[in-house]
Ligand binder design. Sequence first.
Ligand code: HEM
Length: 428
Amino acid sequence: MTKPILPKAVSAAVVDPAAYGEWNGLHEQLAWARANAPLAVAENSDHDPFWLVTRHADIMAIGRDPQHFANGIRPTVLTNRDGEALARAATPGGDGHLIRSLVQMDAPDHMKYRLLTQSWFMPKNLRIVEDRIRQIARDTVDHMLESGGTCDFARDVAAHYPLRVIMDILGVPAEDEPRMLMLTQQLFGSTDPELNRNKVEITSAEQAIAMLHYVIADFENYFRELTADRRANPREDIATVIANATIDGGQIPDRELAGYYMIVATAGHDTTSASTAAAIMELAKNPALFARFRDAEAEKAGLIEEAIRWATPVQHFMRSARADVEIGGQTIREGDWLMLNYVSANRDEAIFDAPFAFDPDRTKNQQIAFGFGAHVCLGQHLARMEMRILMEELLPCVKSIELAGEPARVESVFVGGLKRLPIRFEAA
Ligand code: HEM
Protein backbone atom coordinates (compact mmCIF):
# COMPACT_ATOMS: atom_id res chain seq x y z
CA MET A 1 0.00 0.00 0.00
CA THR A 2 1.38 3.46 -0.84
CA LYS A 3 1.70 5.96 1.96
CA PRO A 4 -0.70 8.91 1.87
CA ILE A 5 1.21 12.19 1.51
CA LEU A 6 0.01 15.43 3.09
CA PRO A 7 -0.46 18.60 1.06
CA LYS A 8 2.53 20.94 1.19
CA ALA A 9 0.68 23.54 3.28
CA VAL A 10 0.07 21.05 6.11
CA SER A 11 3.58 19.56 5.99
CA ALA A 12 5.13 23.03 6.02
CA ALA A 13 2.97 24.32 8.90
CA VAL A 14 3.67 21.46 11.33
CA VAL A 15 7.44 21.98 11.16
CA ASP A 16 7.36 25.79 11.20
CA PRO A 17 7.99 27.48 14.59
CA ALA A 18 6.30 30.64 13.31
CA ALA A 19 3.09 28.69 12.59
CA TYR A 20 2.96 27.61 16.25
CA GLY A 21 3.49 31.25 17.19
CA GLU A 22 0.66 32.42 14.94
CA TRP A 23 -1.55 29.43 15.98
CA ASN A 24 -4.86 30.01 14.12
CA GLY A 25 -3.50 29.13 10.67
CA LEU A 26 -1.86 26.05 12.16
CA HIS A 27 -5.23 24.94 13.55
CA GLU A 28 -6.79 25.24 10.10
CA GLN A 29 -4.14 22.93 8.64
CA LEU A 30 -4.49 20.43 11.49
CA ALA A 31 -8.30 20.41 11.19
CA TRP A 32 -7.91 19.66 7.49
CA ALA A 33 -5.57 16.77 8.29
CA ARG A 34 -7.93 15.29 10.94
CA ALA A 35 -10.79 15.33 8.47
CA ASN A 36 -8.97 14.19 5.34
CA ALA A 37 -5.67 12.49 6.15
CA PRO A 38 -5.43 11.85 9.91
CA LEU A 39 -2.41 9.59 9.56
CA ALA A 40 -0.33 10.68 6.59
CA VAL A 41 3.25 11.53 5.75
CA ALA A 42 4.69 15.05 5.97
CA GLU A 43 7.45 15.67 3.45
CA ASN A 44 9.69 18.72 3.72
CA SER A 45 13.08 19.29 2.16
CA ASP A 46 14.89 19.79 5.50
CA HIS A 47 13.39 16.90 7.47
CA ASP A 48 13.19 13.17 7.00
CA PRO A 49 9.59 12.29 6.14
CA PHE A 50 7.43 11.49 9.17
CA TRP A 51 3.87 10.39 9.83
CA LEU A 52 1.77 13.24 11.19
CA VAL A 53 -0.65 11.76 13.76
CA THR A 54 -3.51 14.21 14.29
CA ARG A 55 -6.32 12.18 15.84
CA HIS A 56 -6.76 11.64 19.57
CA ALA A 57 -7.57 7.92 19.13
CA ASP A 58 -4.40 7.22 17.12
CA ILE A 59 -2.18 9.00 19.66
CA MET A 60 -3.77 6.91 22.43
CA ALA A 61 -3.21 3.72 20.43
CA ILE A 62 0.47 4.59 19.89
CA GLY A 63 0.94 5.47 23.58
CA ARG A 64 -0.58 2.13 24.51
CA ASP A 65 1.91 0.20 22.39
CA PRO A 66 5.53 0.93 23.44
CA GLN A 67 6.47 -2.49 22.02
CA HIS A 68 6.07 -1.06 18.53
CA PHE A 69 6.62 2.67 19.13
CA ALA A 70 9.95 3.53 20.72
CA ASN A 71 11.41 6.74 22.15
CA GLY A 72 15.11 5.90 21.96
CA ILE A 73 15.68 5.17 18.27
CA ARG A 74 15.22 8.59 16.61
CA PRO A 75 14.96 12.10 18.13
CA THR A 76 11.93 12.45 20.43
CA VAL A 77 11.51 16.08 19.34
CA LEU A 78 11.33 17.10 15.69
CA THR A 79 14.87 17.66 14.42
CA ASN A 80 15.88 18.42 10.87
CA ARG A 81 18.10 16.08 8.88
CA ASP A 82 21.31 18.09 9.36
CA GLY A 83 20.58 18.54 13.05
CA GLU A 84 20.06 14.82 13.58
CA ALA A 85 23.29 13.98 11.72
CA LEU A 86 25.26 16.49 13.81
CA ALA A 87 23.65 15.23 17.03
CA ARG A 88 24.51 11.63 16.10
CA ALA A 89 28.12 12.65 15.47
CA ALA A 90 28.22 14.37 18.87
CA THR A 91 26.70 11.65 21.07
CA PRO A 92 27.99 8.40 22.62
CA GLY A 93 27.30 5.46 20.32
CA GLY A 94 25.80 7.90 17.82
CA ASP A 95 22.35 7.65 19.41
CA GLY A 96 21.66 11.30 18.58
CA HIS A 97 20.23 12.25 21.99
CA LEU A 98 22.02 15.35 23.25
CA ILE A 99 20.24 14.65 26.54
CA ARG A 100 19.37 11.14 27.75
CA SER A 101 16.47 11.51 30.16
CA LEU A 102 13.33 9.46 30.85
CA VAL A 103 11.89 10.78 27.60
CA GLN A 104 14.63 9.20 25.46
CA MET A 105 14.55 5.83 27.26
CA ASP A 106 12.66 2.64 26.46
CA ALA A 107 12.10 -0.54 28.44
CA PRO A 108 13.77 -1.85 30.50
CA ASP A 109 15.76 1.31 31.45
CA HIS A 110 12.78 3.62 31.30
CA MET A 111 10.76 2.09 34.13
CA LYS A 112 13.84 1.54 36.34
CA TYR A 113 14.65 5.24 36.12
CA ARG A 114 11.05 6.46 36.32
CA LEU A 115 10.40 4.50 39.51
CA LEU A 116 13.22 6.33 41.29
CA THR A 117 11.13 9.50 41.60
CA GLN A 118 7.60 8.44 40.65
CA SER A 119 6.30 8.29 44.23
CA TRP A 120 7.47 11.88 44.83
CA PHE A 121 5.04 13.07 42.18
CA MET A 122 2.00 11.12 43.34
CA PRO A 123 -0.92 13.02 44.94
CA LYS A 124 -0.26 11.43 48.36
CA ASN A 125 3.25 12.84 48.58
CA LEU A 126 2.29 16.14 47.00
CA ARG A 127 -0.06 16.82 49.92
CA ILE A 128 3.09 17.08 52.04
CA VAL A 129 4.39 19.96 49.90
CA GLU A 130 1.00 21.68 49.46
CA ASP A 131 1.66 24.28 52.20
CA ARG A 132 5.02 25.18 50.69
CA ILE A 133 3.44 25.57 47.28
CA ARG A 134 0.68 27.76 48.74
CA GLN A 135 3.29 30.04 50.30
CA ILE A 136 5.03 30.37 46.92
CA ALA A 137 1.62 31.15 45.35
CA ARG A 138 0.94 33.85 47.97
CA ASP A 139 4.34 35.45 47.39
CA THR A 140 3.65 35.36 43.65
CA VAL A 141 0.27 37.08 44.10
CA ASP A 142 1.79 39.73 46.41
CA HIS A 143 4.44 40.42 43.80
CA MET A 144 1.79 40.79 41.10
CA LEU A 145 -0.33 43.13 43.24
CA GLU A 146 2.73 45.30 43.90
CA SER A 147 2.99 45.94 40.17
CA GLY A 148 0.10 48.38 40.66
CA GLY A 149 -2.54 47.23 38.20
CA THR A 150 -0.74 46.32 34.99
CA CYS A 151 1.71 43.59 34.20
CA ASP A 152 2.76 41.13 31.57
CA PHE A 153 1.18 38.10 33.25
CA ALA A 154 3.13 35.59 31.14
CA ARG A 155 6.52 37.15 31.76
CA ASP A 156 6.12 38.66 35.24
CA VAL A 157 3.91 36.08 36.98
CA ALA A 158 3.31 32.79 35.14
CA ALA A 159 6.97 32.26 34.21
CA HIS A 160 8.16 32.43 37.83
CA TYR A 161 5.66 30.52 39.92
CA PRO A 162 6.06 26.95 38.56
CA LEU A 163 9.80 27.50 38.37
CA ARG A 164 9.94 28.33 42.08
CA VAL A 165 7.79 25.31 42.90
CA ILE A 166 9.86 22.80 40.97
CA MET A 167 13.14 24.31 42.17
CA ASP A 168 11.90 24.02 45.75
CA ILE A 169 10.96 20.36 45.29
CA LEU A 170 14.18 19.63 43.42
CA GLY A 171 16.31 21.48 45.98
CA VAL A 172 17.78 24.31 43.89
CA PRO A 173 18.24 27.44 46.06
CA ALA A 174 16.19 30.55 45.24
CA GLU A 175 19.25 32.57 44.16
CA ASP A 176 19.92 30.11 41.32
CA GLU A 177 16.40 30.26 39.88
CA PRO A 178 17.06 33.06 37.35
CA ARG A 179 19.83 30.94 35.87
CA MET A 180 17.51 27.89 35.62
CA LEU A 181 14.77 29.98 34.02
CA MET A 182 17.14 31.40 31.46
CA LEU A 183 18.61 28.00 30.60
CA THR A 184 15.17 26.40 30.21
CA GLN A 185 13.98 29.15 27.94
CA GLN A 186 17.16 28.79 25.92
CA LEU A 187 16.61 25.03 25.69
CA PHE A 188 12.93 25.09 24.69
CA GLY A 189 12.86 28.44 22.92
CA SER A 190 16.00 27.74 20.93
CA THR A 191 14.25 28.57 17.65
CA ASP A 192 12.69 31.82 18.91
CA PRO A 193 15.05 34.76 18.30
CA GLU A 194 13.63 36.56 21.35
CA LEU A 195 14.40 33.66 23.69
CA ASN A 196 17.43 31.75 22.41
CA ARG A 197 20.90 32.06 23.89
CA ASN A 198 22.37 34.41 21.28
CA LYS A 199 19.09 36.25 20.48
CA VAL A 200 19.48 35.52 16.77
CA GLU A 201 17.54 34.01 13.86
CA ILE A 202 18.61 30.37 13.50
CA THR A 203 19.76 29.78 9.96
CA SER A 204 21.65 26.48 10.18
CA ALA A 205 21.64 23.21 12.09
CA GLU A 206 25.31 23.79 13.09
CA GLN A 207 24.34 27.04 14.73
CA ALA A 208 21.39 25.47 16.57
CA ILE A 209 23.41 22.47 17.83
CA ALA A 210 26.35 24.65 18.91
CA MET A 211 24.01 26.86 20.90
CA LEU A 212 22.30 23.85 22.50
CA HIS A 213 25.68 22.37 23.45
CA TYR A 214 26.49 25.45 25.52
CA VAL A 215 23.07 25.40 27.18
CA ILE A 216 23.39 21.70 28.06
CA ALA A 217 26.98 22.15 29.32
CA ASP A 218 25.77 24.94 31.64
CA PHE A 219 23.06 22.67 33.04
CA GLU A 220 25.52 19.81 33.49
CA ASN A 221 28.05 21.96 35.34
CA TYR A 222 25.38 23.22 37.67
CA PHE A 223 23.98 19.78 38.47
CA ARG A 224 27.43 18.25 38.96
CA GLU A 225 27.94 20.56 41.95
CA LEU A 226 24.45 19.84 43.27
CA THR A 227 25.10 16.07 43.10
CA ALA A 228 28.35 16.35 45.03
CA ASP A 229 26.60 18.40 47.69
CA ARG A 230 23.65 16.01 48.10
CA ARG A 231 25.91 12.97 48.29
CA ALA A 232 27.75 14.68 51.14
CA ASN A 233 24.70 16.33 52.75
CA PRO A 234 21.46 14.47 51.97
CA ARG A 235 18.21 16.44 52.39
CA GLU A 236 14.47 15.97 51.85
CA ASP A 237 14.49 16.87 48.15
CA ILE A 238 14.50 15.22 44.73
CA ALA A 239 18.15 16.13 44.11
CA THR A 240 19.04 13.91 47.07
CA VAL A 241 16.97 11.05 45.62
CA ILE A 242 18.59 11.36 42.19
CA ALA A 243 22.15 11.90 43.47
CA ASN A 244 22.03 8.86 45.76
CA ALA A 245 19.93 6.50 43.62
CA THR A 246 21.33 3.25 42.31
CA ILE A 247 20.53 1.52 39.05
CA ASP A 248 21.49 -2.15 38.62
CA GLY A 249 23.56 -1.90 41.80
CA GLY A 250 25.67 1.14 40.84
CA GLN A 251 25.43 4.95 40.85
CA ILE A 252 23.56 6.52 37.94
CA PRO A 253 26.05 7.18 35.10
CA ASP A 254 26.91 10.90 34.58
CA ARG A 255 24.98 11.32 31.33
CA GLU A 256 21.75 9.84 32.73
CA LEU A 257 22.26 11.74 35.98
CA ALA A 258 22.41 15.09 34.16
CA GLY A 259 19.47 14.03 31.98
CA TYR A 260 17.36 13.23 35.04
CA TYR A 261 17.92 16.58 36.69
CA MET A 262 17.32 18.37 33.42
CA ILE A 263 14.01 16.70 32.69
CA VAL A 264 12.72 17.36 36.21
CA ALA A 265 14.07 20.91 36.24
CA THR A 266 12.79 21.86 32.80
CA ALA A 267 9.65 19.80 32.05
CA GLY A 268 7.65 21.37 34.82
CA HIS A 269 7.83 25.11 34.41
CA ASP A 270 7.38 26.49 30.90
CA THR A 271 4.58 23.94 30.49
CA THR A 272 2.75 24.84 33.69
CA SER A 273 3.35 28.57 33.05
CA ALA A 274 1.78 28.23 29.61
CA SER A 275 -1.37 26.58 31.00
CA THR A 276 -1.63 29.13 33.81
CA ALA A 277 -1.30 32.05 31.40
CA ALA A 278 -3.93 30.46 29.12
CA ALA A 279 -6.39 30.28 32.03
CA ILE A 280 -5.84 33.94 32.90
CA MET A 281 -6.16 35.00 29.25
CA GLU A 282 -9.56 33.31 28.96
CA LEU A 283 -10.76 34.80 32.27
CA ALA A 284 -9.57 38.25 31.13
CA LYS A 285 -11.64 37.88 27.95
CA ASN A 286 -14.76 36.68 29.73
CA PRO A 287 -15.86 38.71 32.81
CA ALA A 288 -18.75 36.31 33.64
CA LEU A 289 -16.35 33.38 33.77
CA PHE A 290 -13.93 35.43 35.85
CA ALA A 291 -16.73 36.36 38.32
CA ARG A 292 -17.67 32.71 38.66
CA PHE A 293 -14.18 31.39 39.37
CA ARG A 294 -13.30 34.34 41.59
CA ASP A 295 -15.69 32.97 44.15
CA ALA A 296 -13.52 31.22 46.75
CA GLU A 297 -16.00 28.33 46.90
CA ALA A 298 -15.99 27.70 43.12
CA GLU A 299 -14.52 24.32 42.19
CA LYS A 300 -11.50 25.03 39.97
CA ALA A 301 -10.84 21.57 38.46
CA GLY A 302 -12.85 22.16 35.26
CA LEU A 303 -11.14 25.49 34.63
CA ILE A 304 -7.72 23.95 35.08
CA GLU A 305 -8.33 20.89 32.90
CA GLU A 306 -9.74 23.08 30.14
CA ALA A 307 -6.84 25.55 30.34
CA ILE A 308 -4.42 22.65 29.93
CA ARG A 309 -6.35 21.37 26.89
CA TRP A 310 -6.59 24.90 25.49
CA ALA A 311 -2.88 25.63 25.85
CA THR A 312 -1.48 22.15 25.04
CA PRO A 313 2.00 23.42 26.01
CA VAL A 314 3.84 20.30 24.82
CA GLN A 315 2.87 20.51 21.18
CA HIS A 316 4.33 17.22 20.00
CA PHE A 317 6.58 14.29 20.76
CA MET A 318 8.06 11.93 18.18
CA ARG A 319 8.07 8.11 18.22
CA SER A 320 9.86 5.60 15.96
CA ALA A 321 8.46 2.25 14.83
CA ARG A 322 10.43 -0.79 15.97
CA ALA A 323 8.62 -3.13 13.57
CA ASP A 324 5.90 -3.03 10.92
CA VAL A 325 2.53 -2.31 12.51
CA GLU A 326 -1.02 -1.37 11.45
CA ILE A 327 -2.54 1.70 13.00
CA GLY A 328 -5.44 3.98 12.08
CA GLY A 329 -5.89 2.00 8.86
CA GLN A 330 -2.27 2.60 7.73
CA THR A 331 0.77 0.35 7.67
CA ILE A 332 3.68 1.87 9.53
CA ARG A 333 7.03 0.33 8.56
CA GLU A 334 9.94 -0.47 10.86
CA GLY A 335 12.09 2.66 11.23
CA ASP A 336 9.28 5.11 10.36
CA TRP A 337 9.16 8.28 12.42
CA LEU A 338 5.89 9.67 13.78
CA MET A 339 4.87 13.06 15.17
CA LEU A 340 2.21 12.79 17.89
CA ASN A 341 0.60 16.20 17.45
CA TYR A 342 -1.08 16.94 20.79
CA VAL A 343 -2.27 20.37 19.60
CA SER A 344 -4.38 18.61 17.01
CA ALA A 345 -5.57 15.79 19.28
CA ASN A 346 -6.81 18.33 21.82
CA ARG A 347 -9.08 19.92 19.18
CA ASP A 348 -10.31 16.59 17.79
CA GLU A 349 -14.01 16.96 16.89
CA ALA A 350 -14.49 13.21 17.46
CA ILE A 351 -13.66 13.64 21.17
CA PHE A 352 -14.58 17.20 22.10
CA ASP A 353 -17.89 18.98 21.47
CA ALA A 354 -17.16 22.45 20.07
CA PRO A 355 -13.39 21.91 20.41
CA PHE A 356 -12.61 25.55 19.59
CA ALA A 357 -14.73 26.84 22.50
CA PHE A 358 -13.12 27.36 25.91
CA ASP A 359 -15.52 25.46 28.16
CA PRO A 360 -14.60 24.66 31.78
CA ASP A 361 -17.88 22.70 32.10
CA ARG A 362 -16.94 19.81 29.82
CA THR A 363 -18.34 16.77 31.60
CA LYS A 364 -15.45 14.46 30.89
CA ASN A 365 -12.49 16.40 29.61
CA GLN A 366 -10.32 13.83 27.86
CA GLN A 367 -7.53 16.28 27.11
CA ILE A 368 -4.29 14.53 26.15
CA ALA A 369 -1.83 17.35 26.88
CA PHE A 370 0.08 15.10 29.32
CA GLY A 371 0.51 12.37 26.71
CA PHE A 372 -0.58 8.81 27.25
CA GLY A 373 0.97 5.45 28.13
CA ALA A 374 4.32 4.53 29.69
CA HIS A 375 5.75 8.06 29.27
CA VAL A 376 2.65 9.93 30.46
CA CYS A 377 3.70 13.11 32.24
CA LEU A 378 5.29 12.34 35.59
CA GLY A 379 4.37 15.80 36.88
CA GLN A 380 0.70 15.90 35.87
CA HIS A 381 -0.67 15.89 39.44
CA LEU A 382 1.83 18.52 40.47
CA ALA A 383 0.91 20.72 37.48
CA ARG A 384 -2.81 20.55 38.30
CA MET A 385 -2.20 21.18 41.98
CA GLU A 386 0.03 24.20 41.33
CA MET A 387 -2.52 25.72 39.00
CA ARG A 388 -5.38 25.13 41.45
CA ILE A 389 -3.49 26.71 44.35
CA LEU A 390 -2.51 29.76 42.30
CA MET A 391 -6.10 30.27 41.13
CA GLU A 392 -7.34 29.91 44.74
CA GLU A 393 -4.87 32.51 45.95
CA LEU A 394 -4.97 34.91 43.01
CA LEU A 395 -8.57 35.22 41.86
CA PRO A 396 -10.15 36.43 45.14
CA CYS A 397 -7.43 39.15 45.35
CA VAL A 398 -8.49 40.90 42.13
CA LYS A 399 -11.84 42.53 41.28
CA SER A 400 -11.33 42.57 37.54
CA ILE A 401 -8.85 41.48 34.88
CA GLU A 402 -8.74 42.59 31.26
CA LEU A 403 -6.34 42.36 28.36
CA ALA A 404 -4.12 45.44 28.05
CA GLY A 405 -2.42 44.61 24.75
CA GLU A 406 -1.85 41.86 22.22
CA PRO A 407 -0.83 38.47 23.65
CA ALA A 408 2.03 36.76 21.78
CA ARG A 409 3.00 33.10 21.55
CA VAL A 410 6.44 31.48 21.59
CA GLU A 411 7.68 30.50 18.14
CA SER A 412 8.54 26.89 18.81
CA VAL A 413 7.43 23.54 17.40
CA PHE A 414 7.97 21.81 20.76
CA VAL A 415 6.98 23.63 23.98
CA GLY A 416 4.75 26.58 23.17
CA GLY A 417 2.37 28.99 24.85
CA LEU A 418 2.11 32.67 25.65
CA LYS A 419 5.34 34.60 26.01
CA ARG A 420 3.45 37.91 26.43
CA LEU A 421 0.11 38.48 28.12
CA PRO A 422 -0.34 42.18 28.98
CA ILE A 423 -3.17 42.59 31.51
CA ARG A 424 -4.79 45.34 33.56
CA PHE A 425 -6.32 44.37 36.90
CA GLU A 426 -7.94 45.99 39.88
CA ALA A 427 -6.88 44.71 43.30
CA ALA A 428 -9.78 43.65 45.57
C1 HEM B 1 6.48 13.96 30.23
C2 HEM B 1 3.27 17.47 29.30
C3 HEM B 1 4.14 19.47 33.67
C4 HEM B 1 7.66 16.24 34.36
C5 HEM B 1 5.52 14.73 29.62
C6 HEM B 1 4.92 14.43 28.34
C7 HEM B 1 4.03 15.42 28.08
C8 HEM B 1 4.05 16.33 29.20
C9 HEM B 1 3.17 15.56 26.83
C10 HEM B 1 5.27 13.23 27.43
C11 HEM B 1 4.18 12.20 27.50
C12 HEM B 1 4.32 11.08 26.51
O1 HEM B 1 5.34 10.97 25.82
O2 HEM B 1 3.38 10.27 26.45
C13 HEM B 1 3.24 18.31 30.40
C14 HEM B 1 2.35 19.45 30.54
C15 HEM B 1 2.58 20.00 31.77
C16 HEM B 1 3.64 19.23 32.40
C17 HEM B 1 1.34 19.90 29.48
C18 HEM B 1 1.93 21.20 32.44
C19 HEM B 1 0.72 21.63 32.18
C20 HEM B 1 5.13 18.74 34.25
C21 HEM B 1 5.63 18.97 35.58
C22 HEM B 1 6.63 18.10 35.77
C23 HEM B 1 6.76 17.27 34.56
C24 HEM B 1 5.11 20.01 36.58
C25 HEM B 1 7.43 18.01 37.04
C26 HEM B 1 8.59 17.56 37.17
C27 HEM B 1 7.63 15.37 33.29
C28 HEM B 1 8.57 14.26 33.14
C29 HEM B 1 8.22 13.60 31.94
C30 HEM B 1 7.10 14.32 31.39
C31 HEM B 1 9.69 13.89 34.10
C32 HEM B 1 8.89 12.37 31.33
C33 HEM B 1 8.11 11.14 31.69
C34 HEM B 1 8.62 9.88 31.02
O3 HEM B 1 9.17 9.93 29.91
O4 HEM B 1 8.46 8.82 31.64
N1 HEM B 1 4.95 15.88 30.14
N2 HEM B 1 4.00 18.23 31.54
N3 HEM B 1 5.82 17.70 33.66
N4 HEM B 1 6.78 15.38 32.23
FE1 HEM B 1 5.32 16.73 31.94
